[in-house]
Design a protein around this ligand. Structure first.
Ligand code: HEC
Length: 106
């Protein structure tokens, strides 16, 4: 994971071990914990998912707040995860998606 992120101007806190753990947690939520899994609908190459129902996250480049809002409230056919994930899990997956897509940096 660190390899893929190398060369990207990351937020400075992304290099400490807490951020690393949060990235791993976020990836796991994206690919496993969330039900239905995010990757069923979303393509995200970092997570190895190829879903085509939802937005291509690498093109959208959402910042963490935008991801968290979508996950909490749902958007269109995307379900709300408010009752399925804890706030900590929502923050972790939002952080992960924004970091690997370069979201919020333009
Ligand atoms: C059942 C399919 C489905 C699942 C599962 C799903 N999404 Fe989505 N998601 C969508 C669709 C469809 C959209 C676009 C909705 C629209 O624009 O009408 C979307 C939109 C989004 C957006 C963009 C919101 C915006 O502001 O435009 C983000 C970010 C996102 N999803 C993240 C996630 C994450 C993270 C998960 C897992 C916790 C997830 N999605 C699970 C279908 C899904």
């Amino acid at each position: 994971m660190a390899i893929l992120l190398a060369g990207t101007p990351l937020a400075s806190d992304a290099s400490d071990s807490g951020a690393q753990a949060r990235m791993e947690l976020g990836r796991k939520i994206f690919t496993q914990t969330a039900v239905p899994q995010c990757g069923v609908c979303h393509t995200l190459s970092h997570a190895g998912t190829t879903g085509e129902i939802g937005a291509k996250l690498e093109e959208l480049k959402p910042d963490a707040a935008r991801v968290a809002t979508a996950v909490r409230d749902g958007v269109g056919v995307m379900p709300s995860y408010r009752d399925k994930l804890t706030e900590e899990q929502i923050q972790a997956v939002a952080y992960y998606v924004s970091q690997v897509t370069g979201g919020g940096k333009e």
